[in-house]
Design a protein around this ligand. Structure first.
Ligand code: ADP
Ligand code: MG
Length: 289
């Protein structure tokens, strides 16, 4: 009978760490021909490590780390967690922070001792008309810059690594004849392209703000032949998860908003489970029909 088949499929998936929020998604996932993946936390571990730190003149490295980590202490972004950890390792004390504002895709603004402090990417500083060394734009790692008041104060470089099964995840999707595999990211284009090349993905879109990701999904949907699964983990991914035919969220690291909006939750955080979810869907269909 049909319900029993779907229950069987949902049960089989859950034993693999894949939670389907309804039998209809077991069916919908078999029709997917386009898989769009977020980079940070989905294909990469999302646990950045600080590689390098460079303060501007007039401020010590430790002071810079203290300022940046204090501002980041209110954020749940993977970059923020890495910087706060780094400050702890370096025994740098954090200062009290007030009025923290998070700008999705840019970074943060907050007050420390009555002075506004900005922490984020170069785009953030540009938006506040703060000048920084032009060579920072040439750096190919993930860079976090800081401004204290209206002055550029230095930067930190961070690196993220691919998850162990990221390559397998993409290879398995190709094996299932998914014709269109893409990466979307708010990170810099050069970084996104570099990861995409390692994974054998030719469509890599970087420098996207959350609304840019939404627009990308809307354009993909306009071609009615695209049946889209979006795979993401972040707090900013909820709108794109909602726009896709099947929204898939990473359940471990993922934000509550993403997990709530998703149709399928991967509890193990392994991107290779996306192909497995499609396989379970196909198997369930065979049993039902
Ligand atoms: P992704 O699409 O890779 O998940 P996000 O949209 O979360 O990326 O963020 C895009 C970019 O915005 C980051 O690469 C970083 O430059 C900047 N950013 C966002 N939040 C923070 C933060 N808390 N601290 C510093 N930079 C941030
Ligand atoms: Mg993200």
């Amino acid at each position: 009978s049909i319900p029993l088949g779907y229950f069987g499929g949902i049960g089989a998936a859950s034993r693999l760490g894949i939670l389907f929020k309804g039998g209809n998604y077991l069916d919908a996932i078999t029709k997917i021909n386009t898989v769009v993946l977020d980079k940070t936390g989905t294909l990469t571990k999302g646990t950045f490590e600080v590689q390098e730190c460079k303060s501007a003149s007039g401020i010590s490295e430790k002071e810079l780390i203290g300022m940046v980590a204090s501002v980041e202490s209110d954020s749940t972004h993977p970059i923020a967690k890495a910087i706060v950890n780094y400050a702890k390792q370096q025994s740098v004390e954090l200062s009290p922070v007030t009025g923290t504002k998070e700008y999705a895709g840019f970074g943060l603004e907050a007050m420390i001792n009555g002075t506004p402090v900005l922490v984020g990417n170069c785009r953030l500083l540009s938006n506040f008309n703060i000048e920084y060394p032009a060579e920072l734009l040439q750096i190919t790692d993930t860079i976090v810059v800081c401004a204290i008041g209206t002055d550029y104060a230095g930067y930190l470089l961070l690196a993220d690594t691919l998850k162990d099964d990221a390559k397998k995840a993409i290879d398995d999707l190709k094996m299932l004849h998914i014709k269109n595999i893409q990466i979307l990211s708010g990170d810099k284009q050069s970084i996104v392209t570099n990861f995409a090349e390692k994974l054998g993905i030719t469509s890599a879109y970087g420098d996207l703000l959350p609304e840019g990701k939404v627009q990308h999904l809307e354009e993909l949907r306009q071609d009615g032949t695209n049946q889209i699964a979006f795979v993401g983990d972040g707090m900013n991914d909820a709108p794109v998860l909602a726009l896709s035919h099947v929204g898939i969220a990473m359940g471990g690291l993922g934000s509550d908003a993403a997990i709530e909006t998703a149709d399928v939750v991967i509890q193990t955080d392994q991107p290779s489970k996306v192909a497995e979810a499609i396989k379970v869907g196909k198997l369930t269909r065979r049993i039902i029909w």
